[in-house]
Design a protein around this ligand. Structure first.
Ligand code: PMP
Length: 407
């Protein structure tokens, strides 16, 4: 049987109905950000049209509705990633802010000179730079776990790098530049065997596969709504309750306190301790609607559908002469990074754009990965649940056209 009705799904995404440069839009830049179904767009419109108010403080009807909708979104996220408690779901701006929060709030008091933080060679800049800042502040050092030529983490090297000095392991769950899915179970088991907590950057995993934080047993998990058909400006830090309880606030302000005086301020409990100021209420509500949308399709189904589609794409693109994939891991999400002999990635992107095809070209905020493979940039097609084999065929035809023009 069919996993879901793809025409029905496509009809839910108004933006996909348009033409670009006179051609039907083929949107294959989903790793950068995904498109939004009308259910998400409407939930945000509904909030602003009917319920807009500040949350948590007022007794009036609109504030009660806004609070209810905001907190309901937290419950939806909790269920979606199977967190044990709703208090473990902290709303933040996105993956980047979630990681910075952990780096500062978890790391700043806890780490000392000579302590080590382990990460992989395929991290997004947002899972590198916050740790470099922390290292500057504390004297801690980064240790980089290498990857092989397929773009797979070298687990035995990881094991060797885990040491009594390791204070935290922070790894990408699925790489945005290569598509590689990290061996997260092994990573977490090995770290926990040494008593080391683990943060996973789930920005490219949550939109494409079922994620169960209790089953993973990760200590922290970060992701962004906008890559999972939700709005920009909102994301999630999952943290185990005991860590969140022990960590100091990230920012100070309203809503994160129980009481304030000039002598002593008492902090609120998690998650509110980490949600200073008026949050992105509409964003959280939109994220809740995105979760509803994905759950209705079923993340198992989404994963199978996208795996089939990207396997098909890998097969079709592999037949193009001069095309070389960067990142050929066994376990991948639907990200295809490639180079075309004699053609600059930027020119691939420009010519494809004229065919109505949106891909990404550049270093994908993962310059160490580009260095590892000896390229300044790649062209990257990345898939979402609304893409089709016909679109893959259009991509392949577009790349062949690039070769005719420039190859
Ligand atoms: N990590 C990965 C693997 C990503 O793909 C991205 C977004 N490209 C980020 C982190 C950062 O996410 P955001 O910009 O939404 O904070």
């Amino acid at each position: 049987g069919r996993l879901f009705d793809i025409e029905q799904v496509r009809a839910d995404f108004p933006i996909l109905q348009q033409h670009v440069h006179g051609k039907p839009l083929v949107y294959l830049d989903n790793a950068a950000t995904a498109q939004k179904p009308r259910q998400v767009i409407e939930s945000i419109g509904h909030y602003y049209q009917w319920d807009n108010a500040n949350i948590h403080r007022a007794v009036h009807q609109l504030s009660e509705r806004a609070t209810q909708a905001y907190e309901a979104a937290r419950n939806k996220v909790q269920r979606f990633i199977n967190a044990a408690q709703r208090e473990e779901i902290v709303f933040v701006r996105g993956t980047t802010e979630a990681i910075n929060l952990v780096a500062q709030s978890f790391g700043r008091n806890r780490l000392q000179a000579g302590d080590e933080i382990l990460l992989s060679h395929m991290e997004h800049h947002s899972n590198i730079v916050p740790w470099q800042l922390l290292c500057e502040q504390t004297g801690a050092v980064l240790k980089v776990v290498p990857i092989n030529d397929a773009g797979e983490l070298l687990l035995d090297e990881y094991e060797k790098l885990l040491s009594p000095r390791t204070r935290l392991v922070t790894m990408v769950h699925a790489s945005n530049a290569l598509g590689t899915i990290s061996p997260v179970r092994e990573i977490i088991e090995l770290a926990h065997a040494q008593g080391v907590p683990v943060l996973l950057d789930g920005a490219q995993a949550v939109p494409h596969m079922p994620v169960d934080v209790q089953e993973l047993d990760c200590d922290f998990y970060a992701f962004s709504a906008h890559k999972m058909v939700g709005p920009t400006g909102i994301g999630v830090l999952y943290g185990k309750r005991e860590w969140l309880e022990a960590m100091p606030p990230y920012q100070g302000g309203g809503d994160m306190i129980l009481s304030v005086s000039f002598d002593k301020t008492l902090y609120n409990d998690p998650p509110y301790k980490f949600e200073a100021g008026t949050p992105h209420i509409a964003g959280a509500i939109g994220l809740g609607a995105a979760v509803d949308y994905l759950e209705a399709l079923g993340m198992e189904n989404v994963a199978i559908y996208e795996q089939e589609l990207s396997a098909y794409a890998a097969e079709v693109l592999a037949q193009i002469p001069g095309l070389r994939f960067i990142g050929t891991a066994q376990e991948k999400v639907g990200v295809l990074s490639f180079a075309l002999e004699g053609v600059h990635p930027h020119d691939i992107g420009t010519i494809l754009d004229h065919e109505g095809i949106a891909i990404r070209t550049g270093h994908h905020c993962a310059q160490p990965v580009m260095d590892r493979f000896g390229v300044p940039a790649t062209a990257r097609a990345s898939f979402a649940l609304y893409n089709t084999k016909a679109e893959v065929d259009a991509l392949a035809a577009g790349i062949r056209r690039v070769r005719e023009l420039l190859g």
